[in-house]
Design a protein around this ligand. Structure first.
Ligand code: AMP
Length: 199
């Protein structure tokens, strides 16, 4: 299955992407993690991306598309993937569709994690105080930057719900409850998509 995870920052996309990918036996691909690795390794792409990550802004589409296109070309992504954090704009979604079509593939679905804004801010400030799952404190979890990331999400990324809905690819699930409950909900929704495809 080729899946993109949609949803605002703080909805749990990273955690769920890894759990769903494990369940499906495909790689979880997080563009945020890939960018942070490029920054750590001080590559040219990392140098170009760093100022945007630090400011909580989106890296220009052309750079994000290059990153993903290289990653999707690797052998482990040939039979499926769960993308976390990409696409974040309509041009990125178009580019992803084009990349897959060029390889004779297409997206299975866009799975949206739905959560209201108060809960998001609560989760993001908790992540700021406690660090993420790996205990790493992210500078873009600072309060002003969280607000900026949410504003950018609303303006540039939220329209992808309609984009994928129009394409008949959108599946929405509630991101409330425990991590395990959300994963179960996600897997059940994906099973329904798979059986629809088969039937
Ligand atoms: P994330 O870990 O998904 O929250 O991403 C952290 C940061 O990486 C974002 O705030 C952006 O600066 C950058 N980033 C990740 N994915 C993308 C993308 N698809 N397009 C542009 N910027 C991205």
């Amino acid at each position: 299955m080729r899946i993109v995870l949609l949803g605002p920052p703080g909805a749990g996309k990273g955690t769920q992407a890894r759990r769903i990918a494990d369940e499906l036996g495909v790689p979880a691909i997080s563009t945020g993690d890939l960018f942070r690795a490029q920054i750590r390794e001080q590559t040219e792409l990392g140098r170009r991306a760093k100022e945007y990550l630090d400011a909580g802004e989106l890296v220009p589409d052309e750079i994000a598309v290059t990153l993903v296109s290289d990653r999707l070309a690797q052998p482990d992504a040939q039979f499926g993937f769960v993308l976390d954090g990409f696409p974040r704009t309509v041009p990125q979604a178009d580019a992803l569709g084009g990349l897959l079509a060029a390889g004779g593939a297409r997206l299975t679905c866009a799975l949206e994690l739905v959560l209201d804004e108060d809960e998001l801010i609560r989760r993001l400030s908790q992540r700021r105080l406690l660090g993420d799952r790996s205990g790493i404190r992210r500078e873009d979890d600072e309060p002003q930057i969280v607000h900026r990331r949410l504003a950018i999400y609303r303006r540039q990324t939220a329209p992808l719900s309609n984009y994928y809905e129009s394409a008949g690819l959108l599946v929405r699930i509630a991101a409330t409850g425990t991590v395990e409950e959300v994963t179960e909900r996600a897997i059940a929704a994906l099973r329904a998509v798979a059986s629809r495809g088969a039937g």
